[in-house]
Design a protein. Sequence first.
Length: 202
Amino acid sequence: MPTSVLDTINYRAGEIILYPGIPGPKDGLYRVRSGLVRLQSVDEEGNALTLRFVRPGEFFGEETLSGTERAYFAEAATDTRIDTLSPALLSPEETQQLTVHLVTALAQTYKTIQRLTGQRLKNRIAAALLELSQTPAAFREPGGRMGVRATHDEIASAVGSVRETVTKVIGELSREGYIRSGYGKLMLQNLEGLEDLAQQAA
């Protein structure tokens, strides 16, 4: 085990790992060993917005490096295993990995903002489903069909909308043959079509 790893903790899907606020002395830097973590902000009315997903090998909790206030919740989107790291004990390789991660996360933030301001909801949902298909939330049916485990609330958080509206658009995507909706999961019936939708601007 690398010397920078202080502890490894298991979280069940839905458990909160970090809360908003100023990092305390016990807070460290976190790296996903397995599973998927969702970082999301919640406004005063309870509306959630997914900022990004953290995949295996990626980091979160970077604000402990600067002591700045954390503005998000970190939630286990699937059963997840997390390494708590000491920033002072990171190896040169880990430091380089962290730097690459921060650059990638910033680029993802720019892309998210662009989607929220420049795409219709239908296109944002297609993009969100494709992103989830590249994470541990994805699975395949025996016949090989790709699916993602996500509720309508979780999709709404990922695209900056509300569940009621997302449910209507998911119904539209289902009728058009792009997806098939099930309980807590969505099957991606037409990946090429979803990719085309995800690239379209408003």
